[in-house]
Design a protein around this ligand. Structure first.
Ligand code: NI
Length: 291
């Protein structure tokens, strides 16, 4: 019989040929129940099951939060990579927080190593167009070129994630939706470009915080990077978990408008809804002079 397997309670291993027990697993079991481990024997099925559980304890499978149950937020950073991106990555690494980076193609082209680093450190790299135009000013073919050139570049760097687009300024039209990827907008605008003040940016997140939020920041703005430790501390204190956009909204489809986990406007929404949102401009232009 098995009781309280690999818990703080008693561990009883009386069945199963456990030859081939991986050393870390054996050591773990020996530490828990030094007497029982020496007496393994019996049917294979039980032992295999125990081994499986033991391996999970010794080397737990990667398991993120379950956003159906846990409170989740996605931090997103636009317009980079820039001179501040490295410092942001250091901070996120220290805090063990994943984020989503919407990079500008021409900035990624001039700083490919930083794009590779974003990806290597477990963050998402997504598309913020080639040179940050107002997409509704462009015809479909030009919008497509903005998207494709950036996508080709990040693919060429070997860092392509799922296909998403964040339209600059949150401005999109029916052609943008016709590009065939989810348009990732946001539900908390930190207005970091306006205040350029870390405490104000942090306060803006707190004032608008909700489960499933997508937070908009810019890694081109030093004060926005400065604000990250405070934001993370505030949210963790309220039991929020940090996830990438893809993990927050895994089912977003082509042309969907994604504001937050709980607010996704399906591409199949009515024509009236499309017209209402047409040429929607959410934020004024942001400087993208990132060198
Ligand atoms: Ni932008």
């Amino acid at each position: 019989m098995v009781s309280g397997v690999l818990t703080d309670g008693p561990v009883v291993l009386v069945q199963g040929p456990c030859e081939g027990l991986p050393e870390p697993v054996r050591d773990y079991l020996v530490e828990l129940e030094p007497e029982r481990i020496a007496a393994l024997g019996g049917t294979g099925a039980v032992c295999a099951d125990l081994l499986h559980q033991a391996r999970d304890v010794v080397a737990p499978p990667p398991s993120g939060p379950d956003c159906d149950v846990d409170k989740c937020v996605a931090l997103t950073f636009d317009d980079g990579p820039s001179a501040h991106t490295g410092r942001l990555l250091d901070t996120l690494d220290e805090l063990d927080v994943p984020a989503t980076f919407f990079v500008v193609g021409q900035s990624a082209q001039s700083n490919p190593d930083m794009v590779a680093r974003i990806h290597a450190e477990g963050h998402e790299v997504q598309n913020h167009t080639w040179d940050h135009p107002q997409l509704p000013d462009l015809a479909l073919a030009q919008q497509q070129e903005q998207y494709d050139s950036t996508q080709d570049l990040i693919s060429g760097l070997g860092v392509r994630d799922t296909d998403q687009l964040r339209p600059p300024y949150g401005a999109w039209d029916s052609n943008t939706r016709a590009l065939g990827v989810p348009l990732i907008l946001w539900s908390i605008d930190t207005r970091d470009w306006e205040t350029q003040d870390a405490e104000a940016i942090r306060a803006e997140v707190n004032a608008n915080l909700h489960d499933g939020a997508i937070v908009l920041q810019h890694d081109t703005i030093a004060e926005s990077v400065d604000a990250v430790p405070g934001i993370v501390a505030d949210l963790r204190e309220q039991d929020y978990h940090f996830v990438t956009v893809d993990d927050l909204v895994p089912d977003a489809g082509p042309g969907d408008l994604v504001y937050s986990r709980g607010n996704v406007v399906d591409a199949a929404a009515t024509e009236a809804a499309q017209l209402r949102h047409e040429h929607e401009y959410v934020v004024p232009p942001v400087t993208t002079d990132v060198g």
